[in-house]
Ligand binder design. Structure first.
Ligand SMILES: Nc1nc2c(ncn2[C@@H]2O[C@H](COP(=O)(O)OP(=O)(O)OP(=O)(O)O)[C@@H](O)[C@H]2O)c(=O)[nH]1
Ligand SMILES: [Mg+2]
Length: 371
C-alpha cells in the first residue's frame, strides 16, 4: 500500500536527517544554567536531557543541594564533568535549519493528494515537535524525524472505531447503513464486512437496499449465497426503505446480531436520491452509517465524504481500492477532514481483502520498518 508516498517520505526523511546533522556539526551546543542541572528534578526538559546513567543524584550517591553549599573540591570537579556532559548532548533546531525539508514535505503531501488542511496540520505538528526544543544528540537525526512524523500522522489519522467492541456492547440487532457514490465498492464491502463479522462470531443478515440499479439485487444475492449469509430483498424498483425495514424485522425475529444495509450509489447533489436516503435513514434507524469511497479518488473522495457527512451523516468511513492507490492521500486525510473515524480499508477484490483500520497499521505501512 501507498508505495509512492512511502518512497517519497523516505527521501524527505533523509533530507531532514541531513539538515539536522549539518546543524549539529555547525552550531555551538546549547549551554544549560548550571544550578538547574544540579537541581535536577526542578527542571523538566533539562533534567530529562541528562541521560539516566548520568543523573547527578545517582552519580554522587546522594542528593546534591541546589544551593551548591558543598565545596569539596573533588566534588566540584565532578560537577564540572557532569555539566560538560550535558552541554555536549543538546542542540536546538531553528525554523531556518528545517525550512527546506519542511517545504519539501509539504509539496510531497500535496502531490500525494493529502488534503490542504491535513497537510497544514502535519507541517504544523512537525514544526512544533522539531523546532525550538532542546534535542538530545544521543537520538539519531532519523529517529528524531521519524518520531515527529509518526506523531503528526497519528494526530491526523485518529483512533479509528472498534466495530467489534461497538457491536458487543450494543443492543441487537446493530444496524449499519452503507452509503456513497456510484461504483466505489459499497456492495463488495458489505460482503467483506459480513464475512469479517461472521469470523468474529456475529450472525449477520444483509438487506438488498439497492433496488434502483439493474442487476444490483442479483449482485448482492450472489455474494450472500457464497458467504452463506441470509439476504432480504424485494424486486427491482421497490422502495428500499421497505426492504431494509423487513431486514430489521427478520433480524429481530431471528435474534440476528447485525443488519448490513446496501444502498444504491448516488451523488450528494442529486436531491431526489438524497431525500430517498433520508427516508431510508428515518425508517431503518441505523446505529452506524458507513460512508464508502475509493482511495483511488484521492482528494475527490475526501470532498465527497465531507458532503455526505453534512447531508446524511456518517459515523465511519470505509476506504476501498487501497490496493490500487499509490498516493495514500485520501487514507491520510479523510478522518481528519470529516472528523469521523476510518473503520475499514478494502485492499482487493476477495472477501478477505479487508483490513480493520488502526493508526499504527497505516503508520507502519507508510514509514516502513523504521516506524
Ligand atoms: N481492487 C479493488 N477493487 C474493489 C475493492 N472494493 C471493490 N472493488 C471493485 O469495485 C467494483 C465496484 O464494486 P461494487 O461493490 O459493485 O461498488 P458499489 O459501490 O456497490 O457500486 P454501485 O452499487 O453501482 O454504486 C467491483 O469490480 C469490485 O470488485 C477493493 O478494495 N479493491
Ligand atoms: Mg452496489
Amino acid at each position: 500500500m501507498f508505495e509512492g508516498l512511502k518512497n517519497k517520505l523516505k527521501g524527505v526523511r533523509s533530507r531532514f536527517g541531513a539538515s539536522i546533522e549539518e546543524h549539529i556539526e555547525e552550531s555551538p551546543v546549547v549551554s544549560l544554567p548550571s544550578q538547574e542541572i544540579y537541581a535536577g528534578e526542578e527542571s523538566s526538559h533539562q533534567a530529562e536531557s541528562i541521560p539516566e546513567d548520568h543523573q547527578v543524584g545517582e552519580l554522587s550517591g546522594k542528593r546534591i543541594p541546589p544551593s551548591g553549599k558543598e565545596t569539596n573540591p573533588q566534588k566540584d570537579g565532578f560537577f564540572t564533568k557532569v555539566k560538560t556532559l550535558v552541554t555536549e548532548r543538546e542542540f536546538i533546531l531553528s525554523e531556518k535549519d528545517l525550512e527546506e525539508p519542511l517545504f519539501e514535505l509539504e509539496m510531497i503531501l500535496l502531490e500525494s493528494d493529502v488534503a490542504l488542511s491535513v497537510t497544514d496540520a502535519i507541517i504544523a505538528h512537525m514544526r512544533q515537535s522539531l523546532i525550538g526544543n532542546h534535542r538530545k544528540i544521543r537520538q539519531s537525526p532519523d529517529e528524531i524525524v521519524t518520531a515527529a512524523l509518526k506523531n503528526a500522522l497519528r494526530e491526523v489519522l485518529g483512533e479509528g472505531l472498534d466495530l467489534v467492541g461497538f457491536i458487543r456492547s450494543h443492543e441487537k440487532p446493530v444496524k449499519i447503513l452503507f452509503t456513497g457514490v456510484n461504483g466505489t465498492g459499497k456492495t463488495t464491502s458489505i460482503a467483506k464486512v459480513g464475512a469479517f463479522l461472521r469470523k468474529e462470531g456475529f450472525s449477520v443478515v444483509i438487506g438488498a437496499g439497492d433496488t434502483y440499479r439493474a442487476g444490483a439485487t442479483e449482485q448482492i444475492r450472489v455474494h450472500a449465497e457464497r458467504l452463506g449469509i441470509r439476504l432480504i430483498h424485494h424486486q427491482e424498483g421497490a422502495d428500499p426503505s421497505a426492504v431494509l425495514f423487513d431486514a430489521v424485522e427478520y433480524a429481530q425475529a431471528h435474534g440476528v446480531d447485525v443488519v448490513l444495509a446496501d444502498t444504491a450509489g448516488r451523488f450528494h447533489n442529486r436531491a431526489n436520491l438524497m431525500s430517498q436516503l433520508e427516508k431510508i435513514r428515518r425508517i431503518f434507524k441505523p446505529d452506524l452509517i458507513f460512508y464508502v469511497d475509493e482511495a483511488t479518488a484521492g482528494n475527490d473522495a475526501v470532498v465527497r465524504a465531507a458532503e455526505f457527512e453534512k447531508t446524511i451523516g456518517a459515523d465511519g468511513v470505509m476506504l476501498t481500492k487501497v490496493d490500487m492507490d499509490k498516493k495514500g492521500g485520501s487514507a491520510i486525510s479523510i478522518a481528519h477532514t470529516i472528523g469521523k473515524p476510518l473503520v475499514f480499508l478494502g485492499v482487493g477484490q476477495e472477501y478477505e481483502d479487508i483490513v480493520h483500520f488502526t493508526p499504527d497499521l497505516i503508520i507502519n505501512e507508510i514509514l516502513g520498518d523504521d516506524a
